[in-house]
Design a protein around this ligand. Structure first.
Ligand SMILES: NC(=O)c1ccc[n+]([C@@H]2O[C@H](COP(=O)([O-])OP(=O)(O)OC[C@H]3O[C@@H](n4cnc5c(N)ncnc54)[C@H](OP(=O)(O)O)[C@@H]3O)[C@@H](O)[C@H]2O)c1
Length: 262
């Protein structure tokens, strides 16, 4: 029996975990709206997905802009006719600076990207997600619960995102909203921490992140991305509001079974 293909909107899809999540979702037969600022990278990824038999559109946008987020949801619905999953994955670490030194504009932009973006997109997507009994997956961080010196904006934004997840779950009985910690992942964000963390971070914490890279202990983006993709398609409603770990056996085992891979 042919099922109607499901549709997912993934932010931060130009590289890293977002691009990997889009690949897993496309391989599972999902139609994908790819969102980030780098339009050319999105176009290239959409083309790769199409060449592999999938269906994808590129939606260049800055998630810190409410109107652009609203338009992205509208464009997804115009193109694909429905929305089943919103993956709020776009994020940035900067400013990596102590509070006394941090630039107010950069701090506000961090909150704009990591917290306001998910609010804008979720608000715009909810009517369609109610209809599809869909899911919102918010890519949070261990920093939501941990006071990391030099990361005040990022910690505050991810703590806000995690709690926002709980409120959406409480408000929306027909939608499943989950926050996820993806582990420590080998992406450009970790490179930024290694490159720009020296002055602001505590020396042992900065050394820890550098060691994870040199000892090849960072997760490849495909691993947490598979958990994100599984949650976007299968997270049970009873989990709504939870903050989950990417390697939670309930998720990792089911994701490996559903999508394959190690
Ligand atoms: N890597 C880790 O260890 C780690 C750990 C915990 C949580 N996370 C979270 O995982 C998520 C994905 O990060 P990643 O590790 O894959 O990092 P990444 O490789 O740096 O990717 C970040 C993505 O977000 C997009 N983005 C950034 N600012 C944006 C904006 N204003 N509007 C739209 N898109 C924007 C980037 O695309 P453009 O530059 O093209 O806009 C890129 O696609 C983030 O939410 C991050 O906080 C990562």
């Amino acid at each position: 029996m042919n099922e109607t293909p499901r549709v997912a909107l993934v932010t931060g899809a130009s590289r890293g975990m977002g691009a990997a999540t889009a690949h897993w979702l496309a391989a599972a037969g999902c139609r994908i709206a790819l969102a980030a600022r780098s339009g050319e990278k999105l176009e290239a990824l959409a083309q790769r997905i199409e060449e592999n038999g999938g269906s994808a559109i590129a939606l260049p946008l800055d998630v810190a802009d409410a109107a652009q987020c609203r338009r992205a949801v509208e464009k997804t619905l115009e193109t694909f006719g429905r929305l089943d999953a919103l993956v709020n994955n776009a994020g940035l670490a900067d400013p990596i600076a102590r509070v006394s030194e941090a630039d107010a504009g950069q701090w506000a932009y961090n909150i704009g990207v990591n917290l306001l973006g998910p609010f804008y997109l979720t608000g715009a997507a909810l009517p369609a997600l109610r209809r599809s009994r869909g899911r919102v997956i918010n890519v949070s961080s261990g920093a939501a619960h941990s006071a990391i010196v030099g990361w005040s904006a990022y910690c505050a934004a991810k703590a806000g995102l995690t709690h926002f997840t709980r409120v959406v779950a409480a408000e929306e009985p027909e939608v499943t909203c989950i926050a996820l910690r993806p582990g420590v992942v080998d992406t450009d964000m970790q490179a930024a921490i290694r490159e720009r963390g020296a002055d602001a971070m505590e020396a042992d914490k900065w050394a820890y992140f550098r060691r994870l890279k040199s000892e090849q202990r960072l997760e490849p983006p495909e691993t947490p991305a598979r958990a994100i993709a599984w949650l976007a398609l299968h997270a049970p409603r009873s989990w709504s509001g939870e903050f989950v770990e990417y390697d939670d056996p309930r998720i990792a085992t089911a994701a490996a079974e559903a999508f394959g891979g190690p």
